[in-house]
Design a protein around this ligand. Sequence first.
Ligand code: CMC
Length: 377
Amino acid sequence: MTKEDSALIRGLEGVVAAETRLCDLDGKNGRLAYVGYDIDELARKATFEEVTYLLLYGELPKAAQLDAFTVALTAAREIPRELTQAFRLMPKATDPMRVLQAAVATLGMSDPDTTDNSHAANVRKAIRLTSQIATAICAHHRVRSGQEPVAPAAGLGHAANFLYMLTGQRPGGAAVKAFDASLTLYAEHELNASTFTTRTIVSTQSDMHSAVAGGVGALKGPLHGGAGEAVMRTLMEIGEVASVDAFTEKALAAKRRLMGFGHRVYKAGDPRAAILRGMAEQACRESGQFQWYQIAVKLHERIGGAKGLIPNVDFYSAPLFYSLAIPVDLFTPVIAAGRIAGWSANIIEQHDDNRLIRPRAEYVGPGRRAFVDITKR
Ligand code: CMC
């Protein structure tokens, strides 16, 4: 397509590419709701299981529905033995997001509904993937650390079981609440790059596992979910509160891109960051690592003051996850463990009312020219 015929929108900024019943993202006023429920209330009052149910079925579950859903999630926690074996064969230093992408693709090889894109099969796959992704992240981490994977504990909820499978220790109530709310805050966010990727993949009538593997690949990048790990590395680079000013001065002079700041849609503030800030304060204080929260707050003030940039969801989740003893390179897999709820709900929406996603490109290469034989080039 030529320049004259096209209206190029770089990065598809502001382009509306789908209808959705899942997520109402009001960037102007910094508000976010899932299926009508404000994110703040969901994070405080609902469990991740309830939020996942809401995204998959369109309503919050009644008690009996939640019980049945929890049974289904719990029953799906085991991963195939071959996958754990594959983890043992992978290079120990491999990035856990690369491993997770391979794990999702591998799970697609044994899922009984892999190629069935019907609504009912997609819901079944969504439930299995939600549970299995959590188990796969933890099992791989244990294997790469030279430890045996911890079998899922049937009596624990999704968040508590994740922390248990990661460490082998039963987590405390405050840690479980903070982790559970984090999964909720990451569960869904409209057409972010990874969710758009999953929709694009299934728009070809491909299947959920292929789409989620693609979503993991998109989430991994530092401009998307990978930002959280980068935030923690920045906080560590700064090291102490007294060094924030010098760091900020240098970073601004170098025009450095500061991870965890800025957002394509939220310009006044990311509502998730405000919630995570409170949770990070409490968790850092309780874990005896308050310095990470203090460094983050001062950096927030300095960068906000100097550049007007807002902290996004990945900013305060970094000190929070760190104080929950989650290894830094597992921050992005943890985001995937939450976002699987939104990815699968979006995949279902796309499959249920599909049209191939196929945008155009503006051609800026050379004009038409005569082919030159290889002997004359
Ligand atoms: N640090 C420094 N400058 C920034 C930043 C930042 N984090 N974010 C935006 N800017 C500046 C940018 O340099 C540009 O300035 P200028 O117009 O002078 O060139 C201006 O703001 C607009 O930036 P942009 O990159 O065109 O904005 P965008 O809407 O394409 O980018 C973003 C959004 C999230 C990619 C960007 O803010 C960014 O790179 N942030 C850091 C990475 C990050 O935290 N990503 C997580 C995003 S939210 C969670 C998620 O998606 O998972």
